[in-house]
Design a protein around this ligand. Structure first.
Ligand SMILES: [Zn+2]
Length: 259
């Protein structure tokens, strides 16, 4: 293809495709600096399309976009570098990948944040989903919360400021903030409230996960209780920001509670 200022090639994650009219497909990509990019794959719904078999998410590749008069560029060429078929093979894997892709699709972030999420999601997608996929997702989510500035404030009571110590149980009504047992009792007494009780181990786990690379998530040996704590925390804190990711995560939160 001859050089043109309106043609650019991007290394990107293939996030999703969906039908566009009768013949084409809308392709959603995530690139390290621009974040979400959308392109129209012409005739990708037609039989014999060369693009169609390449447009199965998730995948990593080089995508060439040609910008014309339409606000959405045309997908001119696709060169897949990793097909990531293993993420589509098992029921649980595809749901884990679905959460990560929904996080990417929902992001509306500055360049530096996009770069961190590109790295984080490609680390997840390059890992082996048949080994601890839920642990990998939990580490992905803790890192995602950290990048978005939604972690922190878990070392002191948000009401009285007392540092959490081994003998104090923190209780979080919606997991957005953590409070000490004394403040909890003062607020709720013996009243029946819907809360998730959090203990010191949960908080230590959270800090440990924040410094654990995704490739080592299996070593954390997260049990059901730990997974359901992390997933609930992520659901509560991402609720307003990434509703699509929360919808994808909720069924897994329930699954973590069952296992
Ligand atoms: Zn307190």
């Amino acid at each position: 293809m001859s050089w043109s200022p309106n043609v650019h090639t991007y290394d990107a994650v293939l996030v999703r495709t969906s039908p566009w009219g009768e013949r084409d497909r809308l392709t959603v990509l995530f690139e390290a600096t621009h974040g979400i990019l959308r392109a129209r794959a012409i005739s990708a719904l037609e039989s014999g399309s060369k693009l169609a078999p390449l447009l199965v998410a998730p995948a990593l590749g080089r995508f060439t976009l040609a910008r014309g008069r339409s606000p959405i560029p045309v997908l001119a060429n696709v060169e897949l570098t990793e097909r990531l078929a293993r993420w589509r093979a098992i029921g649980l894997s595809i749901r884990v990948a679905g959460v990560a892709l929904a996080v990417l699709e929902g992001l509306d972030a500055p360049e530096e944040t996009n770069r961190l999420f590109f790295q984080l999601s490609t680390d997840l997608l390059r890992s082996n989903p048949s080994v601890h996929p839920l642990s990998a997702l939990a580490v992905f989510l803790v890192h995602a919360l950290g990048i978005l500035g939604l972690l922190g404030g878990e070392t002191n009571c948000s009401l009285c400021g007392t540092a959490f110590t081994a003998d104090i149980i923190a209780a979080a009504p919606d997991l957005r903030t953590f409070i000490c047992a004394r403040c909890f009792n003062r607020l709720y007494g013996k009243a029946e409230v819907s809360v998730i009780l959090v203990n010191r181990e949960h908080l230590e786990l959270l800090h440990r996960m924040a410094i654990t690379p995704l490739s080592e998530s299996g070593r954390l040996e997260l049990d059901t209780d730990a997974l359901s704590f992390i997933f609930s925390l992520a659901c509560a804190r991402l609720d307003n920001i990434l509703p699509g990711a929360v919808s994808a995560l909720l069924p897994l939160t329930a699954a973590a509670c069952r296992t």
